[in-house]
Ligand binder design. Structure first.
Ligand code: PMP
Length: 425
């Protein structure tokens, strides 16, 4: 008998973040349209978390497909050192002016983690090129910035990093700012400022850390203080960028502009992998020199791939259409109404939302840890109902593509209500 795609997968594939010994067979997806994915048996799966937070306009969007086809007929790839091409330049021209702060140069790489690596290298070498000994990096406790070694180093030490902890470089971790600790945090920054190169943070929402939300006003205060002390500010907008938190970029909610921004995920509408790191001219100019050692020695074989850039441009066109903002506002309104009813339920706590992200914790009798048993129960519940919600421990969240319909949102809310009724004692 012919094997299914899922069976063939199990013979040859090693999946990310997956304990392959106990993982159930993966669902084989053959097609996507809007917020729906179709499996090999013809079932639909509702993508309520944007396929790892990447998709913004829906799957297989015709505008993106058309732009990709046009570009594919012209140029697939060219080395990006010493050569350039229209889609790379046009994307930078379009993207830089709409970013928070004053972003003037754009560096291409391959994904979110590499965008973070580039940002870290930019800040570390910036100070070296200027002949100053600033080496310390600051990040928030509970942060997540990616899975490569530099990105892991500026992320929280956790079950995900445990095997590698001895190989990660030292970083100073700060608490998230709030009314109760802001003065202490500013004093801590004063203590650390002299030798600190940069501070990397996920503005307003710590994604992988459990959709932890914190207020723009306190972050702004902390960042303004860091700026006064000469610390470079790296806003990791890989998850928050392209409208997820309400404004186009989360940093738009603050007065203080970042020196560097990292982007990925929604950058290509969630279609293909790409990362970018943008910076101010102040940073860029520190690398201009007769001394070759002042060069930023970083690059990847597929840096600024023309197909990828053309896709990102097409996605950006859709993003800049006023209709996209209306869709986001619609989701926000619907989420707000549902959040109100949800907050009254005894089985949940800490219901919170920002833009199109709605999150809460399911109350567990045991410990709130990523690998508790409830997480498995929650994941299985939604998988069986073909609503793609992947809990982070006992944190459940909705982070949908903006094209999700009202009816589809209701389906997600109903699935959550159903789960809360069915929770084990
Ligand atoms: N930074 C943040 C804030 C992220 O959420 C992620 C991915 N979840 C990354 C960096 C890493 O991106 P990638 O998975 O593309 O390497």
């Amino acid at each position: 008998m012919q094997k299914t795609l899922s069976e063939r997968d199990q013979a040859v594939i090693w999946h990310p973040y997956t304990q392959m010994q106990s993982a159930p067979a993966p669902v084989a997806i053959v097609r996507g349209e809007g917020a729906l994915l179709f499996d090999e048996a013809g079932n639909t799966h509702l993508d309520a978390t944007s396929s790892w937070w990447v998709n913004i306009h829906g799957h297989a969007h015709p505008h993106i497909t058309a732009r990709l086809a046009e570009q594919a007929a012209r140029l697939h790839h060219v080395i990006f050192a010493g050569y350039t091409h229209e889609p790379a330049v046009a994307l930078a021209e379009k993207l830089l002016p709409i970013l928070p702060g004053t972003q003037q140069k754009l560096f291409y790489s391959d994904n979110g983690s590499t965008a973070v690596e580039v940002a870290l290298k930019m800040t570390i070498q910036y100070w070296q090129n200027k002949g100053q000994r600033r080496t310390r990096l600051l990040a928030f406790h509970n942060a997540y910035h990616g899975d490569t070694f530099g990105a892991m180093s500026v992320s929280a030490r956790s079950v995900f990093t445990r095997a590698f902890d001895p190989y990660l470089f030292e970083v100073t971790f700060l608490d998230l700012p709030g009314a109760g600790n802001i003065d202490a945090l500013l004093a801590q920054v004063d203590q650390l400022a002299d030798d600190t190169a940069a501070f990397i943070f996920e503005p307003l929402v710590q994604g992988a850390g459990g959709m932890v939300m914190y207020e723009a006003a306190w972050l702004d205060k902390l960042l303004a203080h860091c700026r006064r002390k000469g610390i470079l500010l790296i806003a990791d907008e890989i998850m928050t960028g392209f409208g997820r938190t309400g404004p186009d970029f989360a940093m738009h909610a603050l007065q203080t502009g970042p020196d560097i921004i990292t982007l990925s995920k929604g950058l290509t509408g969630g279609t293909v992998a790409m990362g970018v790191t943008t910076c101010t001219n102040e940073i860029y100019e520190a690398f201009l020199s007769d001394n070759k050692l002042h060069t930023l020695f970083h690059g990847h074989s597929f840096t600024a791939n023309p197909l990828t850039c053309a896709i990102a441009l097409a996605s950006l066109e859709l993003f800049l259409d006023p209709g996209c903002r209306q869709q986001r506002a619609r989701i926000e309104t619907r989420h707000r109404a549902y959040a109100e009813t949800l907050a009254k339920r005894a089985e949940v706590k800490n219901v919170r939302m920002l833009g199109t992200i709605l999150a809460f914790e399911v109350i567990t009798p045991g410990q709130d840890s990523y690998i508790n048993n409830l997480a498995g129960f929650l994941a299985q519940w939604f998988k069986e109902r073909r609503v793609m919600l992947r809990p982070l421990g006992n944190t459940l969240y909705i982070l949908p593509p903006y094209c999700i319909t009202d009816g589809q949102l209701d389906q997600v809310y109903e699935a959550i209500d159903g789960l809360l009724e069915a929770l084990p004692e």
